[in-house]
Design a protein around this ligand. Structure first.
Ligand code: ADP
Ligand code: ASP
Ligand code: MG
Length: 423
């Protein structure tokens, strides 16, 4: 007998027919004698719709009330799956975040899980009940409902697996594993049998939304065995522990010869802000990023141009940086409020940008990865607006219209394309 967490994403839960097929898959694991906790997402598109309602109601909405609204999608699917399981003879019940409870921080809309009480849950599992847990939600210190940030059901699943000391955390989604890049953009993307926590963390953080970044960080810290699998396989498909998905593993478990680059990701959810004629003096940059940090806005890429003489005698410089698009309105407001203290002339912004990143631990020991990237993009006439790097990643900002082309040509340039017959 094993203790397993099964997580089903939005596409897998989209409609009663699919929920029935999820129930059948859960039943197979339960029939095999396993203790099963299922974490579910809202039906695909529902959370977007709920977020849209909040924005429509007010552009600067109260995050506590936002959480009340957007957590509702998972409440529906958890109840529906429990009903579908009962209908096929599997004793099941839903456990909402506040009922377990799943305790989180007070950072509404992007709360962190702090503690999960598994007492009642363990008793229920011991009675051979299947637990159905809505992902994405918890209860904050202020006793109000909280949500974990978009894509947060992955984190709910990994946190449940860690708290329950589960043997496995199986993430069922609409692709059958983690690929070298989004297979919806590059049909010749290759499925990875294994990917290290570190690379997956980096890939997720730069836009590979197949797993939420925090879920990977948590899995790495808590040593949770995470597997990404497709929920769109027939009823006669092999059991999960023999399915060919992707395992997220420690670096020591990667035995095959490493590619230089493991994967490529893109992110269209960043916005570029430029402040012109910022005084070129000590403390000027702190005057920009201090207020943004105080407003909890994460700045990603930063470029400060060389100083030039402005109309007066003092020299000045332009500063360009990126923030999440969802924080653009607040960023502009924050910067305009601090305009006198910063001393900039104009603020311009652009949301039609995309960040393209190449990731791989092989980069640590090989030079030339960045050079290949710049050359490949240059040959296609794709202009680079900003650059950042880490030990295992190079990211560039480009015009959004070139996103798909950039990902495709880089995928080929780094030798990641699958053989045509294997695709
Ligand atoms: P779920 O609703 O199951 O959580 P998501 O839409 O959040 O599913 O994540 C799955 C999607 O992630 C896939 O449909 C795919 O388009 C996208 N994706 C992006 N990068 C990758 C990648 N490297 N490998 C696999 N899928 C990826
Ligand atoms: N339903 C939430 C979202 O769409 C959480 C999730 O699906 O992981 O972001
Ligand atoms: Mg997801």
């Amino acid at each position: 007998m094993a203790r397993i967490v099964m997580k089903f994403g939005g596409t897998s839960m989209a409609g009663i027919e699919r929920i029935r097929s999820v129930a059948a898959r859960v039943k197979r694991e339960w029939d095999a004698g396993n203790e099963v906790a299922v974490v579910v997402s809202a039906m695909a598109g529902d959370t977007d719709r709920l977020v849209g309602f909040c924005r429509e109601a007010s552009s600067l909405y109260d995050p506590k009330e936002y959480d009340v609204v957007v957590s509702a999608g998972e409440q529906i699917t958890s109840g529906l799956l429990a009903i579908a399981l009962q209908a096929i003879g599997v004793p099941a019940r839903s456990w909402l975040g506040w009922q377990l409870p799943i305790r989180t921080s007070d950072a509404h809309a992007s709360a962190r899980i702090e503690d999960i009480d598994t007492g009642a849950l363990s008793a229920s599992l011991a009675k051979r009940e299947v637990a159905v847990i809505p992902g994405f939600q918890g209860v904050a210190q202020d006793e109000r409902i909280s949500t974990l940030g978009r894509g947060g059901s992955d984190t709910s699943a990994v946190a449940m697996a860690a708290a329950m000391k589960a043997d496995r955390c199986d993430i069922y989604t609409d692709v059958d594993g983690v690929y070298t890049t989004d297979p919806r953009i590059v049909p010749r993307a290759r499925k990875l049998k294994k990917v290290t926590y570190e690379e997956m963390l980096e890939l997720a953080s730069v836009g590979a939304k197949v797993l939420q970044t925090r879920s990977v960080g948590l899995a790495m810290k808590e040593n949770v065995r995470v597997q990404v699998l497709s929920s769109f396989t027939g009823e006669d498909a092999p059991m999960a522990d023999t399915l060919p998905g992707t395992m997220i593993v420690g670096e020591e478990e990667i035995d095959v010869e490493r590619q230089l680059i493991t994967g490529i990701a893109h992110d269209k959810n960043e916005a570029k802000i430029t402040l012109t004629a910022v005084p070129d003096k000590p403390g000027a940059v702190a005057a920009i990023f201090g207020p943004l940090a105080d407003a909890n806005i994460n700045v990603d890429m930063i470029i400060q141009n060389i100083a030039h003489q402005s109309s007066g005698s003092a020299s000045a410089t332009d500063v360009t940086f990126t923030v999440p698009s969802s924080d653009l309105a607040r960023s502009i407001e924050t910067l305009n409020q601090a305009k006198a203290a910063i001393g900039f002339q104009d603020l311009t912004h652009d949301t039609r940008v995309a960040k393209i990143s190449v990731v791989g631990v092989g980069m640590r020991s090989h030079a030339g990865v960045a050079a290949t990237m710049f050359k490949t993009l240059g040959e296609r006439g794709i202009n680079i607006l900003a650059i950042t790097t880490s030990e295992i990643k190079v990211s560039v900002l480009i015009e959004e219209d070139y996103t798909e082309l950039a990902v495709r040509v880089l995928h080929t340039a780094y030798g990641l394309d699958a053989e045509p017959d294997a695709a």
